[in-house]
Structure formats: structure tokens, C-alpha cells
Design a protein around this ligand. Structure first.
Ligand SMILES: [Zn+2]
Length: 349
């Protein structure tokens, strides 16, 4: 029972999907603003969406939406955004207000539609902007992250691929430039359609329904441990965090008890009331032979079940050293001094 929003959703004929994408401008590092820029890491300047309807085992395109937004806070284009979106400063002087664009967008999204994106940054940024501008930040629609679903059906479980990679994978003709919101939504929608073309519908639908999340509830909880003299002590420091339901604080029941592969510890557990939780603890080494743990505990979705099944299989075969081919996890790259704080932040931090 993860959320009343996603619990009852089934995909039936006439279910609508709104595949959307957004572009946002960023603050300049070091620049002083009249507000706390950490509360607005990006200001949305472009929304694009394509609506699909499910029918008879396939999906078809119904309509599209696009809105250009005149930014209120970041009126000068950040160099990175300029490079990626091919926009110029003059472009930021045109468009409608964020409030107007969002009202139009929410009108476009039927109240029972399923929002679809590539990665979770778009719904996160949308909620951040709604909150920042004092608007109702509840989306009240289920969200589907298509990225792990593509990876799973492309036989690349656990890999994070770009939309462009998926477009090439399906040999979709590229006649539009990437990185305008509508073009990216359009390509993401084509990938969505291809998934239906190339896979068994029942299997795809089952993966989709079990991957739906409620974007209005906190899905992921994070922990950062204090400095410890050994790897085992660092792991132990996070074990309590991974054993308690972050919603109701009751003890989680482990369906897959914690096991370690290389620098990561995995587990799958259950709260009777709140459903399954996936956890991964990572051990990071500090320069002076000290270690600390970071852990994530989140509502388990289909990609998590695949990931832990795969890791458990690897563990059964090779033990904690893991298989010889080491997957590229960027460990030990961001070694900031550990502060020991216990953070319960939303993903959109
Ligand atoms: Zn609970």
C-alpha cells in the first residue's frame, strides 16, 4: 500500500499518458540574488508534452502541448543552458508567466492521466518551481520514470541511458533537434511507443503499473554517517537507518537481508503498512583511513526489484567480492568531510 494515488491504478483502454519534458535556466554560481537561490536551482522556461492514449495493447498519439515561459528570477541565460538548449538571452524576454503556463499544462493533463518523464528531475523541478512561486505544488497524478523501463527492456538493467541513446537504439529518425522541451517530449514519447511495439504488452503493462509513483509523497530517504575507523563500523552505523520505516518508524521486516558486494550493501524489506523498501548503503573512504556510510532507503519500484535480484545472484555466486567485471560506480569521488547529519530530504534537494 504505497499511496492511495498509485494503489488502484490499472491501465485500461483509454488510459492517457502525458509524456513531458521541461527546460530550466540556472542561477550563476556566486552571484547574489534577492532570494535564496538554493530554493530555486532551476527556473522553468520551457514545457513540452505529448499526450498518448492506450488502446488494444498499444499507444497512439492524441495531441501535444508547448509553452514558453518568461523567467522572473533568472533572466540571463546560464552558459550551460545556452549550450544545451540553443536559446539566447532575447528568447527569455518572450513567453507567458509560469503561473499561466502551468495552468495551461495542468488543463492539458487529464486528472486521471499518468505523467511520464525521462528520469525524475522534471517532476522534481516542477514541484520546486510551484513551491517557490507560492502555487499549489501537488501534482495529483501518478508519475512514471521511463528511463529504467527502457534499460530493463533493452537488456541494460541498472544503466542510466539518455533519451537520445534510446532513440538510436530503436533507430528512430532524428529530424528534430534535441533539448527543446517539445522535441525531447516528442522523442521520449516515440521511445514509449516503441516499447509497446517490441515487447509483450502484458509484461510491459505489469512493469509500468508496478513502477508508478506518487510524486506528491517523499519517495526517498537519505542517511550520511559519521566517520568510522573501519568499513564494518561504517556499515553498522547505517544499519539502524535501513531497518526502520521512514514513515511510521516501525521495524521493517527483511525479505532480503542485508548483503555486501564490494563497497555497497543491499537489502529489501517491508513495512506492513507502507509496503516494500529498497536500501543501498555505500561506503566511502576518506583520505586519512577513515570511512563513512551513505545510505538511501526508498519505496521499492520494479527497477529496484530487478537490481536487488541481480545483486543477490551475484553475491550467491561470488560472495562479497562480487563478479570480476566491476560495474562503474563512481565511488570515492566526492569525499566531503562527513558531518554525521541525518537527512530526510526529498529527492529534489
Ligand atoms: Zn511504515
Amino acid at each position: 500500500m504505497r499511496s492511495s494515488l498509485t494503489a488502484g491504478i490499472g491501465i485500461t483502454d483509454s488510459t492517457q499518458f502525458v509524456i513531458f519534458d521541461m527546460e530550466w535556466n540556472q542561477p550563476f554560481p556566486g552571484k547574489q540574488y534577492s532570494f535564496d537561490a538554493s530554493n530555486l536551482k532551476g527556473e522553468i522556461i520551457d514545457i513540452g508534452a505529448v499526450k498518448y492514449r492506450y488502446e488494444n495493447g498499444g499507444v497512439s498519439r492524441i495531441s501535444e502541448f508547448s509553452a514558453t515561459i518568461r523567467p522572473r528570477c533568472y533572466k540571463k541565460l546560464h552558459y550551460h543552458v545556452k549550450k544545451v538548449t540553443h536559446k539566447c538571452n532575447e528568447d527569455l524576454k518572450t513567453g507567458v508567466s509560469f503561473e499561466e503556463a502551468i495552468n495551461q499544462f495542468l488543463d492539458f493533463c487529464d486528472s486521471s492521466c499518468i505523467l511520464v518523464g525521462w528520469g525524475t528531475s522534471d517532476p522534481d523541478m516542477l514541484k520546486t518551481n510551484l513551491k517557490f512561486f507560492g502555487l499549489d505544488s501537488e501534482l495529483r497524478r501518478a508519475f512514471l520514470d521511463l528511463q529504467p523501463i527502457f534499460s530493463r527492456f533493452a537488456g541494460e538493467k541498472g544503466k542510466q541511458r539518455s533519451v537520445e541513446y534510446a532513440v538510436d537504439y530503436f533507430k528512430i529518425p532524428k529530424d528534430d533537434t534535441f533539448h527543446s522541451a517539445l522535441a525531447d517530449a516528442h522523442y521520449t514519447a516515440l521511445v514509449f511507443g516503441e516499447l509497446f511495439e517490441h515487447n509483450k504488452t502484458s509484461e510491459l503493462l505489469s512493469v509500468i503499473t508496478s513502477s508508478l509513483v506518487d510524486p506528491d509523497i517523499q519517495l526517498e530517504f537519505n542517511y550520511r554517517g559519521v566517520e568510522m575507523p573501519s568499513v564494518n563500523e561504517a556499515i553498522a552505523s547505517a544499519s539502524g537507518f535501513c531497518a526502520i520505516c521512514p514513515i511510521c518508524s516501525s521495524n521493517l521486516k527483511f525479505s532480503i537481508p542485508a548483503f555486501r558486494i564490494r563497497k555497497s550493501v543491499y537489502s529489501l524489506s517491508e513495512c506492513v503498512e507502507h509496503g516494500d523498501f529498497f536500501s543501498r548503503t555505500r561506503i566511502k573512504k576518506l583520505k586519512d583511513k577513515a570511512y563513512f556510510a551513505t545510505a538511501v532507503l526508498r519505496y521499492a519500484t520494479q527497477p529496484d526489484y530487478y537490481l536487488i535480484a541481480e545483486k543477490a545472484e551475484e553475491f550467491a555466486k561470488y560472495g562479497s567480492k562480487g563478479a570480476l567485471i566491476i560495474p562503474s560506480t563512481p565511488d570515492n569521488v566526492d569525499l566531503k568531510p562527513s558531518s554525521g547529519e541525518f537527512t530526510k530530504e526529498n529527492q529534489q534537494a
